[in-house]
Every structure is written in structure tokens, then in C-alpha cells.
Design a protein around this ligand. Structure first.
Ligand SMILES: Nc1ncnc2c1ncn2[C@@H]1O[C@H](COP(=O)(O)OP(=O)(O)O)[C@@H](O)[C@H]1O
Ligand SMILES: [Mg+2]
Length: 262
């Protein structure tokens, strides 16, 4: 069960990125970046992807913001023309403090450390497995926290080949991967590629096994009824992630993409 919070004051800010998310303060006094249902482009299926991607990232032990459902009160958005359906719960990501967006012009602001490189490799592998088409060299969807040397994975609205719930999941093209971005070149170490691949394989097997827990969690997950997203559609999609062929092909794709960039 995820909590459902309510906004308590006027929204704090808007973002001009693709989904036009908003920063709100909720009843627990914490701030959340919200993705909400929009008549034009953001469907309930995209919100479901945000939810599932975020839960899977937790199984993978990635740094990823906590999520919750948020009811955005109409009186709190009056000063902005937010194309929001107020009766529908939004997905809220707890704000990561002191975080900077990773952009494609990497400068000395980002430390070079094994810890950061390891996190980047894990995020890259995760993306292949969930077919995340929305983390590319132009759009890292990652936040950097300098003090703790953490990379946070954000934004799961592009998993399952950008919310393709109609057809079977298919492989990312390698240039869709963050491995092609400058952040990868910046953090890359001299470690032998085969050592990286061997470690990644162990991590991958563990994460996939842990992620199987999602099927049970999904049974009791309080997905808002108003989203009108049948659980069986989500279960079918998630099951595709655990097909033996898919698991093998994703890893092979990851290894090949690494090879192209080493
Ligand atoms: N949990 C968070 N903590 C701090 N900032 C965030 C968080 N989530 C998103 N942001 C900020 O909001 C921006 C847009 O978020 P994102 O999830 O990528 O939305 P979109 O789907 O519109 O691309 C990010 O680039 C980042 O600056
Ligand atoms: Mg984004």
C-alpha cells in the first residue's frame, strides 16, 4: 500500500520538461514532484509506468526517490494554468534535496569516483531490462548529489518502450542508452571490461530474483480505481520482463553497448 497525500498550499513551482511536472507541498510537510493525468498526453498508463518503474528500481537498490499518490487540490494551482485532472490521483516523487540535474555538458562539478561509475552502470543495465527509452544522452533523467556521491534515477514514464502495453516488449537500440552519454565517458575507469561484465551479471541475477517480489506486491497495491488501468494488463507486462529470452537478450545488449563505448 502506498500512502495518499494531499497538497496543503499553493504549488511551489512548475517544470518545463516533457510532462510539465509540478512541485507541491503535502500534508506530511514534505515536497513532492508530481506527475499528473493530462487530457492531452499523460495517460493513466504512463502514471502506472512511473509507479512500476519506481518500485522495480527499489528492488534493484538504485537511488530513486520515494513515491506516493498525491491529491492535488484545485485551489492550490489557481495561479498557474495546470492542465491537470484534479479528481485523479497524481504520482508524487519525494524531492531529493541538494540535487543537480545531470546534463550533457559535464564539467568538473561531477566527481570521478568508482562509486558513481558503479551506480551509472547499474542504472544503465536496469534501463535495458525495463526498456526505458527516456534516459538518453540528451535526457539523463538522473540527479547528482555531490556530498553523498549519489546518482538518483528519476522519471520512469518511458519504460516498457514508452508505455507500450499493446505489443510485446522489445530491445532498446544501444544509442538509447545512457552509456552513450558524456557522463559515461566522464566516469569511465580503467577497470577491465570483462571484470565489469562479470560483476554486472551477478548483480543482474540478484536484482531479477528480487524483482519477482513485485507480482505479490502488485496484488495489494492500491492503484487508484479512477486510473482505470486493469491489474492484469500490468501483470502481463511485468511477466514479459521475466521471460528467459528477454533476460538474456537484455544482458547481451548491455554488454554489446559497453563494448561499443570502451
Ligand atoms: N525527486 C526529485 N527531486 C528533485 N528534483 C526532481 C525530482 N524529480 C524530478 N525533479 C526535477 O524535475 C525535473 C523533471 O522531472 P522528470 O521526472 O524528468 O519529468 P519529465 O517527465 O517531465 O521529464 C527533473 O529534471 C529535475 O530537475
Ligand atoms: Mg524527464
Amino acid at each position: 500500500m502506498l500512502p495518499t497525500l494531499t497538497t496543503i498550499k499553493e504549488i511551489d513551482r512548475t517544470f518545463s520538461t516533457g510532462d510539465l511536472p509540478i512541485l507541491v507541498t503535502c500534508s506530511d510537510q514534505k515536497q513532492y514532484i508530481c506527475k499528473y493525468m493530462r487530457a492531452d498526453s499523460v495517460s493513466a498508463y504512463k502514471l502506472a509506468s512511473e509507479l512500476l518503474g519506481s518500485l522495480l528500481a527499489q528492488y534493484w537498490n538504485l537511488n530513486t526517490p520515494e513515491i506516493t499518490f498525491v491529491k492535488i487540490r484545485p485551489e492550490h494551482t489557481k495561479q498557474y494554468a495546470i492542465p491537470c485532472n484534479f479528481n485523479v490521483e497524481a504520482v508524487g516523487y519525494k524531492k531529493i534535496e541538494n540535487a543537480a540535474d545531470i546534463t550533457n555538458c559535464i564539467d568538473g562539478d561531477i566527481k570521478r569516483s568508482d562509486k558513481l561509475f558503479r551506480q551509472l552502470l547499474q542504472i544503465a543495465l536496469f534501463d535495458f531490462w525495463v526498456a526505458n527509452e527516456d534516459r538518453t544522452c540528451n535526457n539523463a533523467n538522473m540527479l547528482y548529489v555531490d556530498r553523498t556521491e549519489q546518482l538518483f534515477s528519476i522519471d520512469y514514464g518511458g519504460i516498457f518502450n514508452t508505455n507500450n502495453y499493446q505489443t510485446a516488449i522489445y530491445q532498446l537500440s544501444s544509442c538509447d542508452s545512457i552509456i552513450y552519454a558524456d557522463i559515461f565517458k566522464h566516469l569511465k575507469t580503467n577497470t577491465d571490461r570483462q571484470i565489469i561484465v562479470d560483476k554486472a551479471k551477478k548483480y543482474y541475477d540478484i536484482c531479477i530474483n528480487k524483482s519477482r517480489g513485485l507480482s505479490t506486491v502488485l496484488n495489494s497495491l492500491n492503484i487508484p480505481k479512477i486510473w482505470n488501468v486493469p491489474k492484469n494488463v500490468l501483470v502481463t507486462k511485468i511477466n514479459e520482463l521475466f521471460e528467459k529470452q528477454w533476460i538474456e537478450d537484455c544482458f547481451a545488449n548491455y554488454v554489446e553497448t559497453l563494448r561499443e563505448n570502451f
